[in-house]
Design a binder for this molecule. Structure first.
Ligand SMILES: Nc1nc2c([nH]c(=O)n2[C@@H]2O[C@H](COP(=O)(O)OP(=O)(O)OP(=O)(O)O)[C@@H](O)[C@H]2O)c(=O)[nH]1
Length: 154
């Protein structure tokens, strides 16, 4: 019987199989910050950036040499001025989605404990919303399957 591995090996060994172009991977970490009321912070992507106007979770790219948690702690500090710790970041889910000419891998953590009051350093709007309210917010395609998971969890 053929398992998944032998199927992919036999496909790539086919003499007529065309070489596939390498696509760069974009590793991004984001946080669902949950307040005492069960609401989650979302921020609007600023004008001039791809997907401007869509609402997303705070976070950003993992830089070389960083763990996803280190990157997320850094981004939360830089973007919102709040501090948290690895032990306060629980992995929730991930999304794998083409993004332009790259493949986005988005890791979502839930965080209920931080110090400081989240304030966006750039002028874009942010809001605290219940997970069910996110279903009617315009969000990036990668985020959409995450809403139901948060709705069941928070
Ligand atoms: N932070 C965050 N990024 C997301 C989410 N969903 C999603 O598709 N992304 C994508 O993941 C990438 C995050 O990288 P980033 O925040 O460092 O990059 P950026 O495009 O905002 O700006 P930059 O390249 O100028 O830093 C963006 O392409 C963004 O569109 C999300 O919920 N949160």
């Amino acid at each position: 019987m053929m398992d998944a591995l032998s199927v992919s090996q036999s496909a790539s060994n086919r003499p007529d199989s065309a070489p596939t172009a390498e696509r760069a991977r974009l590793l991004v970490t984001a946080a669902a910050l949950v307040d005492a009321d069960g609401r989650i912070l979302v921020q609007q992507r600023p004008e001039g950036k791809p997907m401007a106007g869509l609402w997303e979770f705070p976070g950003g790219k993992v830089e070389p040499g960083e763990t996803p948690e280190e990157a997320l702690i850094r981004e939360l500090k830089e973007e919102l001025g709040i501090s948290t710790h690895k032990s306060c970041l629980a992995p929730v889910t991930f999304a794998s989605e083409p993004l332009g000419d790259r493949d986005l891998l988005l890791l979502l953590y839930i965080c209920r404990k931080w110090t400081g009051v989240p304030r966006l350093h750039h002028a874009s709007p942010m809001q605290w919303v219940r997970p069910a309210e996110m279903f009617s917010l315009p969000m990036p395609p990668a985020d959409l399957p995450m809403i139901g998971i948060l709705d069941a969890l928070v």
